[in-house]
Ligand binder design. Structure first.
Ligand code: FES
Length: 164
């Protein structure tokens, strides 16, 4: 199977039944993507496919060949953290950090969703994840990503700073 992951084309021989999550972690070493529930309930495994967020534990890898897959390892560019990564650090948007890769990918995917669906309230600068969004709305939109440490206030502050 052939995939485009973080801008690089990779080929891998894997069982046709392999989930995208297991392919990333077990076959390709992208262990930044985490396995929590493995049944679509926690969001720890969230990655971006062509800019859209998905739960990779629910996705068969074979269906995502030749698509642009972005994992947390692909967010930093040219030695600089993505603005949202820096905001999570600045606002203590984590405790143990296990959910953080999924939170980051999900928030970036959310910004993209907002731009596509509600263009009147967003800017066009997605490189900085720039959207204007009511806190209540983005809490709802991020509700698929759980944080067992309860670092939600920091997460909300980080997303607010990086996306407004
Ligand atoms: Fe995929 Fe929990 S591991 S949603």
């Amino acid at each position: 199977m052939q995939f485009i992951i973080n801008g690089e084309t990779v080929e891998v021989a894997a069982d046709i039944r392999t989930s995208l999550l297991d392919l990333l972690r077990n076959y390709l070493g992208f262990t930044g993507t985490k396995k929590g529930c493995d049944q679509g309930a926690c969001g720890a495994c969230t990655v971006l496919v062509d800019g859209e967020r998905i739960n990779s534990c629910l996705a068969l890898a074979v269906q995502y060949q030749h698509r642009n897959i972005t994992t947390v390892e692909g967010l930093a560019r040219n030695g600089s953290l993505h603005p949202l990564q820096q905001a999570f650090i600045d606002h203590d948007g984590f405790q143990c950090g296990y959910c953080t890769p999924g939170q980051l990918c999900s928030a970036i995917g959310m910004a993209s969703e907002i731009e596509r669906n509600i263009p009147s309230v967003v800017t066009k600068d997605l490189s900085a994840t720039s959207v204007m969004l009511d806190e209540t709305e983005f809490r709802e939109r991020m509700s698929g990503n759980l944080c067992r440490c309860g670092a939600y206030n920091g997460i909300v502050e980080a997303i607010s700073e990086a996306t407004v």
